[in-house]
Design a protein around this ligand. Structure first.
Ligand code: ADP
Length: 321
């Protein structure tokens, strides 16, 4: 089947770099002589027919902008087969031959069902700050979010050091530990609390008290949001240590202009997604492995993340103090 028309959408939570991928999809497809449609508001727009034709000039000046010009959304209807059927019919009625979905794990599940139930060609680009898609070493937006978290830790550390305080800093990542572990490493934090591991608060408190006796008065502990609320951990700490402060970095980590790495990753992944559709890869994901773009099965991408990667994160924690 010759691909003549492609649609692209961004789905789930927005992440920095999504615009770079959209720009790349549009410009590369145009160069290949393919017509391209943007779908507003993710799967919701597929169902409510929010298609807009996109040309190379429509994606000018978005490379440095965070968020997504196509808007990202969550869509209850797409969880149901009837909703997906409506989406399929809307694609077919416009003679669209392939769909590129930029989003996280949930969005990939939806894309897989659209392919399995109706045979519609789909390619997924992993767009999430959580770095939690199986089979790829990087997702789009993770590098930017990590750098934002690191900058925040640097700033908080100035106060922690000057005022001899203990800080618990909560970072994003849902059930993923990636931002927490890597921002702790990059920011020089003393400890990290991550999901999937019983946190030995008593041991942490002992370490802090020992450190204080030796003159180390400030301490930074990064809390992955999936492990629990930093404020709740702080309550436990305060039973033994005064002057424990909490900062929740929150949505600051989702926004902002993408890093150079995410811009380039978006460009390479967008190009690869169009190319994959042209080559008849109709149920695939784009990933990043060993410094190169890869194309692999969508089924592989939605599997739970490799345990090896998770235990590697756990090992890194021992470098901190
Ligand atoms: P993310 O893609 O960032 O993981 P979500 O999990 O919220 O974000 O998924 C985004 C959208 O993808 C959902 O609102 C829904 O429309 C669709 N989706 C998610 N999971 C499924 C699923 N299991 N089946 C069908 N559609 C899904």
């Amino acid at each position: 089947m010759k691909i003549k028309r492609i649609a692209v959408l961004t789905s789930g939570g927005d992440s920095p770099g999504m615009n770079c991928a959209v720009r790349s999809v549009v410009r590369f497809a145009h160069w290949k002589g393919i017509e391209i449609f943007g779908v507003m508001h993710g799967y919701r727009g597929l169902i409510s027919e929010e298609f807009i034709p996109l040309g190379p000039r429509d994606v000018s000046n978005i490379i440095s902008r965070g968020g997504t010009i196509l808007k990202a959304a969550r869509c209850e209807e797409f969880y149901e087969k009837e909703g997906r059927e409506k989406a399929y019919k809307n694609l077919i009625s416009r003679n669209i031959d392939g769909l590129i979905v930029i989003g996280g794990d949930g969005s990939f599940h939806g894309a897989l069902l659209l392919h399995q139930e109706f045979g519609f060609p789909v390619v997924g680009i992993p767009g999430t700050i959580d770095n939690d898609i199986n089979g790829t070493q990087r997702t789009l937006g993770f590098d930017t979010a990590l750098n934002t978290a690191m900058s925040a830790i640097d700033k908080i550390k100035d106060t922690a050091t000057s005022m001899d305080r203990i800080f618990l800093i909560e970072v994003m990542g849902r059930l993923s530990s990636a931002i927490a572990v890597f921002s702790a490493l990059a920011g020089g934090a003393e400890d990290v609390i991550i999901p999937g591991e019983r946190t030995d608060l008593k041991n942490m408190i002992e370490k802090i008290e020992e450190g204080r006796k030796k003159g180390k008065k400030s301490w930074i502990i990064i809390v992955a949001e999936g492990a629990g609320k930093a404020e709740e951990f702080a309550r436990e700490f305060r039973k033994y240590i005064s002057d424990v402060r909490v900062t929740v970095i929150g949505h600051l980590q989702r926004g902002g202009g993408p890093s150079a790495f995410d811009r380039i990753l978006g460009a390479l992944m967008g190009q690869a997604a169009v190319q994959a559709l042209l080559e008849g890869k109709h149920c695939h994901a784009i990933g990043w492995r060993n410094d190169d773009v890869i194309v692999y099965k969508l089924q592989e991408a939605i599997k739970p993340q490799d345990r090896g990667k998770i235990s590697f994160y756990h090992q890194l924690i021992h470098i901190l103090t």
